[in-house]
Design a protein around this ligand. Structure first.
Ligand code: REX
Length: 414
């Protein structure tokens, strides 16, 4: 429920924010060092720090994002914050109901479809990908599980594609690739690891995931996302559009940051996203992503057995683990959150929920290729799930967060 709206209605207006009875601040029950999952029910979390969250969004603007916004759904209470522009040309202020490109958050949707197929007895996680798609991959030892946990060793073709940011983008923005084209690009390069050896982020894995969905169901991924996830959860502002280039309805524009310091931002809103497809082409809203991740962690999208599989973690770094199409972030306050991040040209997304799915955050900045903004947006998680920082504690710094993203070259990648 939204209990109030305050704001200037200008580009820097803040749309507020509601608070139902704030849950009592309480420590989490589990303890542990880095890499230890710390589970807290939403009711045991400190109340979201709206003032801190607003500061984070404003900081992103000072660092080059035209706009930034966040929505928290906390046990029925809705917090809406937005700062800056959806569209620099018209000066329209960004709104938390604007649609945007979610990038790799798409990977979680793809993993959900595949785990439903496991539930239906149509797919086995530990079987070779080649047993479903004969001859696709050069190593029969690569399993479905390896692909969904980024442990296949398949090279990420986007490393080459976007080595130069704006020229790379312009070269593909209107292109239409088949899945096989993309796998072929990956296989031009040696594999990065033996199957199962270690986490190495690669979009190729979730291109293979899309191929598996289409092979096993006989339908385009769009149909499976729609019938299995968008429709049952009433995600009416969520779309998989390929290869159309427009975002339908009211949306935030995306602004890509060129590699050259001081160069003007490039409006990158319109593109096929064919280079990503089942690895990154979904369009959604803050509301729909909060609903999706909440439903996922509450067990509404698959059996308990598959949700357990999805949360078998591979370490990424001291604060991040990867399951099957799902990330876990261990926050500074000792709370773990579950979701995904996303980067497509012009859009940075964070979408995470608590273990019980009762508190969810989706945050967006409508720029990309700007690591400073990306690191700032990470702090939206701290504001949403950790509450106000203790006054005696050292301020939460980006340095403490370490490198935490999986982005094409020139930026942090882990
Ligand atoms: C592509 C390059 C980044 C973006 C990428 N995106 O791999 C996938 C994704 C779909 O969302 N991954 C994120 C471009 C990170 C995730 O899983 O969290 N960068 C940009 C460059 C760098 O062109 N030269 O920043 O827009």
């Amino acid at each position: 429920m939204v209990s109030g709206t305050v704001g200037t209605g200008t580009a820097l207006g803040v749309v507020l924010v509601s608070l139902l009875a704030a849950p009592a601040q309480a420590a989490t029950t589990a303890t542990g060092g880095p890499g230890i999952e710390r589970v807290a029910a939403a009711g045991a979390l400190a109340p979201p720090d709206d003032a801190g969250l607003r500061k984070v969004l404003r900081t992103a603007l000072t660092q080059g994002a035209p706009g930034a916004m966040a929505r928290i759904d906390d046990n029925g209470a809705v917090h809406l914050l937005s700062e800056g522009f959806a569209d620099r040309a018209t000066g329209r202020a960004i709104s938390t109901s604007d649609r945007f490109r979610v990038g790799s958050v798409t990977k979680t949707f793809s993993a959900v479809v595949l785990l439903q197929l496991v539930d239906e007895g149509r797919l086995k996680l530990d079987r070779s990908v080649n047993s479903y798609l004969p001859g696709l991959l050069p190593d029969d030892r690569i399993t479905v599980r390896h692909v969904l946990s980024h442990r296949s060793g398949l090279y990420d073709y986007t490393d080459d594609m976007f080595a130069k940011t704006v020229p790379g983008f312009e070269a593909v923005r209107n292109k239409v690739f088949s899945y096989r084209d993309l796998v072929k690009l990956s296989l031009k390069k040696p594999r990065t690891n033996a199957p199962g050896a270690a986490y190495a982020y690669s979009n190729t894995n979730f291109v293979v995931a899309g191929m598996l969905i289409e092979k096993l169901t006989g339908h385009p991924v769009a149909t499976e996302y729609q019938n299995r996830i968008f429709t049952p959860l009433s995600l009416t502002n969520t779309f998989y559009i390929h290869p159309g280039t427009a975002i339908p309805g009211r949306h935030a524009h995306g602004y890509l940051t060129p590699d050259e310091a001081g160069a003007a931002l490039v409006d990158s809103t319109r593109q096929t996203v064919s280079w990503a497809q089942s690895a990154g082409a979904i369009i959604s809203t803050t509301h729909d992503l909060d609903t999706f991740f909440s439903a996922l962690l509450r067990g509404k999208l698959m059996s308990a057995a598959q949700l357990t599989q999805m949360q078998k973690w591979t370490p990424v770094n001291s604060t991040t683990q990867y399951g099957l199409g799902l990330r876990r972030r261990d926050l500074s306050c000792g709370v773990s959150v579950y979701g995904h991040t996303g980067t497509v040209q012009g859009f940075y997304t964070y979408a995470f929920t608590s273990k019980d799915g009762k508190r969810s955050l989706t945050a967006l900045a409508n720029t990309s290729n700007n690591t400073t903004v990306l690191n700032t947006m990470y702090r939206t998680l701290e504001s949403a799930f950790c509450g106000k920082p203790a006054t005696t504690a050292a301020p939460r710094s980006v340095a403490a967060v370490e490198r935490h993203e999986d982005i094409a070259p020139g930026t942090a990648r882990d």
